[in-house]
Design a protein around this ligand. Structure first.
Ligand code: 4NP
Length: 176
């Protein structure tokens, strides 16, 4: 149920993870983040999606290699179907997390009114080991690239959830 906090934050907090194709990186970010939210029993407080800046794979399942890697770690991507990032998502989501700098640039290019830049960030800003702040695209590489993406996404999602719980004062909400 939608709630209003003392700081005027509304629930659910709407989160959109964005990559290029929405078949590798952002689906696994969505799946891992959703799994962490469910484990923390916070599912009433979040609305979680993922999209791609490109349209090539719309309607497709997540890449089989990404599904397999996620499954090995207990995260199912079975219900995922690729969607494209739409300009109206800048309005309808509270947080937009881009997997790399190219995705960030492509999302910001859709912000014609220049109103929503404060919602759009690089996902790996929340990585305790941020490297170059980008999740590398595993699409054209081998299996180890998918495992590397999973490891980056898992540790970044843990920190991200912690930070969003703080930012949106969700612990206080849960105690009410
Ligand atoms: P993603 O990976 O952006 O992590 O979903 C890719 C998927 C497809 C393509 C590129 C990257 N592609 O060129 O089709």
């Amino acid at each position: 149920m939608a709630k209003q906090s003392a700081t005027e934050s509304e629930y659910p907090v709407r989160v959109n993870f964005v990559c290029l194709g929405n078949i590798c990186r952002s689906p696994v970010a969505e799946g891992v983040f959703r799994t962490l939210v469910e484990r923390a029993e916070l599912e009433d407080y979040f609305d979680i999606a993922s999209t791609g800046t490109g349209s090539w794979h719309v309607g497709e399942q997540a890449d089989a290699r990404m599904r397999e890697t996620a499954k090995k770690h207990g995260v199912s991507l079975a219900s995922h179907r690729a969607q494209q990032f739409e300009p109206e998502h800048l309005e309808s989501f509270d947080h937009i997390f881009a997997m790399d700098k190219s995705n960030l640039k492509d999302v910001l290019a859709l912000d014609a009114s220049d109103n929503y830049g404060n919602k759009v960030r690089l996902f790996r800003e929340f990585d305790p080991e941020p490297g170059d702040y980008q999740v590398p695209d595993p699409y054209y590489g081998g299996a180890e690239g998918f495992e590397n993406v999973f490891q980056i996404v898992e540790r970044t999602s843990r920190m991200l959830l912690h930070r969003l719980v703080e930012e949106h004062e969700l612990e206080e909400q849960m105690l009410e």
